[in-house]
Ligand binder design. Structure first.
Ligand code: F0G
Length: 451
């Protein structure tokens, strides 16, 4: 391994180990906490392996014109900042990353914010941000000679893992909660050839079962406790900074489930600042669904020092998680950047999703918590009109088509749930009609919808 370049540091007790020495569950043998990848060459020996900011910015942009697979990946084109492989020939890429940063003009106008963007991670090869982490960690699995990889998932991780495993020629095992993930995601795991087991439990229950399996069998765990996942998932921070000409937004808003993504993006921006590529960090806020809000509760009861698991309920099935693994890392990111952690209701999520859809930027429900959260923060005076805000949209709208159809047919929410929100969703909610096969009926529907 590139041990001179990277090592694992325990987030809890600070113990350092070489990457291959990690236990199969990626927990510290001394204190049980998670690991973070660190690069001693950048910080311990100032200057030795420290990358040159100007040269890197030029190189990364230049690679976008290259025909090499690795350069075309929005993860590996930043490989100087994730030297986790012995040999880059082992990298498994589907040309992930390089996702668009869209201006949200309509939402910006309604909210009175000058600069509002959506970083659409749903535009990745399997339709979610998980691809950026999977290319990194799956490549490590391949390089270390594993034949099997596995994850527990609310759907997107399993879709991404199955695809990258298939590309690498590895077998993959998926544990998902029966009946609790969106069909699109389940179909992807099957399509990519994963052994797909639906368990009669929730996501947190799947995590427990898998922990026992990887203890006994030589299977590489690809849940986000695997610190290499976060190395890939930090790269959208680089892309955002690059797209903004190496400035950082004032505020980044991220959905919170297992809480790895907020941690990874925080790490990405922190490293950019430490290496002198940007001058400061954005404020990073995490938004949870009201029925799956253990981190919000943790801040309310203990300022983020204890986390009590909850039984999670939300139609945003991707973030139906009651016992998030990376909560301590997320607490640090929120506290270090003066961010907020709040929750939003099912109605707020559904409306925000429809509003994003109406800008031509569909996303899955879990992603829409970001806009719903921003609306609350703005109403509370926590976001000023002159700020640059970026919402991280984590998944593609086609991941959970049932949700969208239910909303627009008017069956997702009851009338009393939507009461008070009508003006914001006028014309957005009821825009699907079953009508007679006649021009008059179609024109009536058009007028009804418009008026
Ligand atoms: N958004 C989507 C679309 C997700 O799939 C997830 C997590 C999140 C947000 C939350 O990210 O867990 O890093 O805080 N999905 C996982 C999965 C857990 O199994 O696909 P997080």
């Amino acid at each position: 391994m590139n041990d001179n370049l990277h090592q694992l540091r325990c987030f809890g007790c600070g113990a350092r180990i070489a990457g291959p020495d990690a236990l199969p569950n990626f927990r510290c043998a001394q204190c049980g906490d998670l690991f973070e990848v660190e690069y001693p060459g950048w910080t311990l020996r100032q200057g030795t392996n420290r990358p040159n900011p100007g040269a890197l910015k030029w190189l990364w942009r230049e690679r976008r014109c290259s025909s090499e697979a690795l350069d075309q990946s929005g993860v590996w084109r930043f490989r100087e900042l994730l030297p986790i492989l012995e040999n880059y020939g082992n990298a498994i890429t589907l040309r992930e990353g390089n996702t668009p940063l869209y201006a949200l003009t309509r939402a910006a106008r309604v909210l009175g914010i000058d600069q509002l963007f959506a970083k659409h991670q749903g535009m990745n090869p399997t339709g979610s941000f998980k691809d950026t982490g999977m290319t990194a960690a799956l490549s490590v699995a391949k390089e270390r000679g594993f034949e099997w990889v596995a994850c527990a998932s609310t759907g997107n991780t399993s879709a991404a893992m199955a695809a990258y495993a298939a590309r690498a020629g590895l077998r993959s095992l998926v544990l998902i909660p029966e009946g609790k993930i969106a069909w699109g995601k389940l179909s992807q795991a099957m399509d990519y050839g994963a052994v797909t087991c639906q368990l009669k439990t929730d996501f947190d229950g799947c995590v427990k079962v898998l922990a026992e399996i990887v203890r006994e069998e030589p299977i590489y765990l690809l849940n986000s406790v695997n610190p290499y996942r976060l190395e890939g998932q930090k790269t959208p921070a680089f892309e955002i900074a690059e797209a903004l000409e190496w400035t950082v937004p004032d505020h980044l808003i991220v959905p919170g489930g297992n809480l790895a993504n907020s941690s990874a993006l925080g790490k990405g921006f922190r490293e950019l600042r430490e290496l002198g590529l940007v001058a400061r960090m954005p404020r990073i806020s995490v938004i949870q669904a009201e029925g799956a809000n253990p981190l919000v509760r943790s801040f309310a009861t203990s300022h983020g020092s204890e986390l009590e698991p909850v039984e999670a309920h939300t139609r945003a099935s991707a973030i139906r998680i009651g016992n998030p693994a990376s909560w301590r890392k997320a607490v640090r990111v929120i506290q270090d950047t003066d961010g907020w952690c709040l929750d939003v209701t099912e109605t707020e999520i559904a409306i925000a999703k429809a509003e994003l859809g109406a800008e031509g930027l569909g996303c899955e429900p879990a992603s829409a918590v970001t806009l719903a959260g921003l609306k609350k923060l703005r109403a509370d005076g926590k976001v000023a009109s002159g700020e640059t805000v970026v919402l991280v949209l984590t998944g593609h709208t086609l991941k959970d088509a049932d949700y969208t159809i239910d909303f627009h047919r008017g069956t997702l929410l009851k009338e009393e749930e939507i009461a008070g929100h009508e003006t914001e969703v006028d014309g957005l909610r009821r825009n699907a009609f079953a009508v007679d096969a006649s021009p008059a009926a179609v024109l009536a529907a058009m007028k009804g919808n418009a008026g």
